[in-house]
Design a protein around this ligand. Structure first.
Ligand code: NAG
Ligand code: NAG
Length: 503
């Protein structure tokens, strides 16, 4: 389990999508392929999408109805979709180096590249339509009007006939962004006039907010890049797993309005934030999200209650959270003063913590966020910390060894701290300087040092003891020879007990 920026959203989704069981759509144009007919079906097609799947895989089940819907639409454009069941066609899947399910590949006359597009039907359709076109389409007065409406976001460059430098520039940008947006170029003077631009320039046609936006600055690579970055994101859109990455990659903080999907005022609440989003455009991206479906995401952003609408800002880059509970009485007013404070640097991130334990009577020091600094940055001690999740199997397996490790160092507490922190109930404070992306994560800091060392070694008693003796400032070494018969048995029971209670 990871909750890095890439998959933070997926963590919330995993629960939601597993509840939505895949209803198989009655309409499907998806070809079923196997070893016997794969080559003969794929090689003649200039463009085709193939899914390699396993019937038991949850993400494959979620994709199935979307894939079926997309196949019906795309067959009209002569683009075929196919699927291969890897539990039956193992050799074929090995041949294509399928390592996880589902794996999607775009085939052009038999040769393939990975498909990295969306997994919703409209996203698949739009992505494959773009694949069918050249990265930059040259438009005539006859094809221009239709081209502008061909996708959610279409960029048309208006360039004077013979202006090679500008045409080369837009070709380069179109090629780099071909999976995301449609690009066309018009060399028609009358068309540029009608678009209201002086050549060379560009106009972005889109299905949200103002439908046409003109490139305001000079026709340069930088100007075009920031134009695309600013204008391809709606003022406030619904966020979900299929577009979360786009926001994460923008490098801007993300502001969420969590709304109750069936509330009568939902639309109005979302709409009311548009003016606020406009003010902070280019500084903070705004989205709205279904608070019921993505309740876990609200929790991950440290929103405590469950009264909606609620609001939170996430600094995705640094994994910092700024929740603002209950904005119901005045959504735009409360949000706008909160975001203004955030932008000015006047807000402190929320750091979730369990209560600081009164006693440390267990073998391992129990660390919580509120007491993190004094324990982790105690310069007199070598500090080993395990960041775990209560549900993580590898963590449960490690628990008895880790407890024994704590006992082994109990007579060296002045020099070595063996600690653990439940990273689902505590945020790693920004002072730590690192984030946790998987469980368990084990970090070590020698006394007096500022730098954390990753423990990636053998998670055995011996592995830990050697690591601490080698990397610690105090070079503390403990005896790990097996104890005598009686003691060893007691030991095992003591260690096994909490392990069972957990289950
Ligand atoms: C391809 O072969 C598989 C069995 O290997 C069969 O189930 C499927 O219907 C065939 N597909 C086509 C398009 O002929
Ligand atoms: C073995 O256990 C006994 C008590 O049961 C103890 O007196 C003795 O010191 C232990 N031996 C070692 C080598 O630890």
């Amino acid at each position: 389990m990871r909750f890095s920026k890439k998959t933070l959203f997926a963590a919330g989704l995993a629960t939601a999508s597993s509840l939505v069981s895949a209803e198989s759509s009655s309409d499907s144009q998806v070809l079923v392929l196997g070893t016997s007919n794969f080559t003969s079906a794929v090689e003649p097609e200039p463009l085709m999408l193939v899914e390699f799947y396993a019937p038991w895989c949850g993400h494959c089940k979620a994709l199935a109805p979307e894939y079926d819907t997309a196949s019906v639409e795309l067959i009209k454009e002569n683009i075929k979709l196919a699927k291969v069941d890897c539990t039956v066609e193992g050799d074929l899947c090995n041949q294509y180096d399928v390592k996880g399910y589902p794996t999607l590949k775009v085939f052009r006359s038999g040769s393939s590249v990975d498909y990295n597009g969306p997994r919703k039907s409209d996203g698949i359709i739009s992505y494959m339509k773009k694949q069918a076109l050249p990265s930059l389409s040259t438009l005539t007065p006859e094809t221009l009007a239709e081209f502008k409406k061909k996708d959610k976001i279409v960029v048309v460059a208006y360039i004077k006939e013979g202006d090679k430098a500008s045409t080369d520039l837009i070709s380069k940008i179109a090629e780099a962004n071909r999976d995301s947006y449609l690009f066309g170029v018009s060399h028609d003077e009358a068309a540029a006039k009608e678009a209201g631009v002086d050549v060379p320039s560009a106009v972005l046609y889109r299905t949200f907010d103002e439908p046409e936006v003109k490139l305001g600055k000079d026709f340069t690579e930088d100007a075009l890049a920031s134009f695309l970055k600013a204008e391809t994101v709606p003022l406030i859109d619904e966020v979900g797993p299929e577009n979360y990455m786009q926001y994460a990659e923008s490098g801007l903080p993300l502001a969420y309005l969590f709304v109750q999907p069936d509330h009568k005022d939902k639309e109005a609440q979302v709409e009311s934030l548009k003016s606020v989003a406009k003010v902070f455009k280019g500084k903070v991206n705004f989205v709205w999200v279904d608070a019921v479906k993505f309740a876990n995401h609200a929790k991950a952003l440290n929103i405590q209650g469950d009264s909606w609408p609620s609001f939170a800002i996430q600094d995705i880059e640094n994994n910092l959270k700024y929740p603002l509970e209950d904005v119901s009485s005045d959504v735009p007013g409360k949000v706008s003063s909160f975001v203004a404070k955030y932008v000015a640097g006047d807000l402190k991130p929320s750091i979730k913590s369990e209560p600081v334990p009164k006693d440390q009577d267990g073998p391992v020091h129990v660390l919580v966020a509120d007491a993190f600094d004094e324990t982790a940055f105690d310069d007199s001690k070598d500090v080993l910390i395990e960041f775990y999740a209560p549900w993580c199997g590898h963590c449960k397996k490690l628990a008895p060894t880790y407890d024994t490790l704590g006992e082994k160092y109990s007579s060296h507490k002045d020099k070595v701290t063996i600690a653990k922190m439940d990273a689902t109930a505590n945020d790693v404070p920004p002072s730590a300087g690192f984030q946790i992306t998987s469980f368990p994560t084990i970090k070590f800091k020698p006394a007096g040092s500022k730098d954390w060392i990753d423990f990636n070694g053998d998670r055995s008693l011996e592995g830990f003891v050697e690591f601490i003796a080698l990397n610690g400032k105090h070079k503390v070494s403990v005896d790990i020879e097996p104890l005598n018969e009686t003691e060893t048995t007691e030991h095992k029971e003591a260690a096994a007990k909490p392990h069972h209670e957990e289950l």
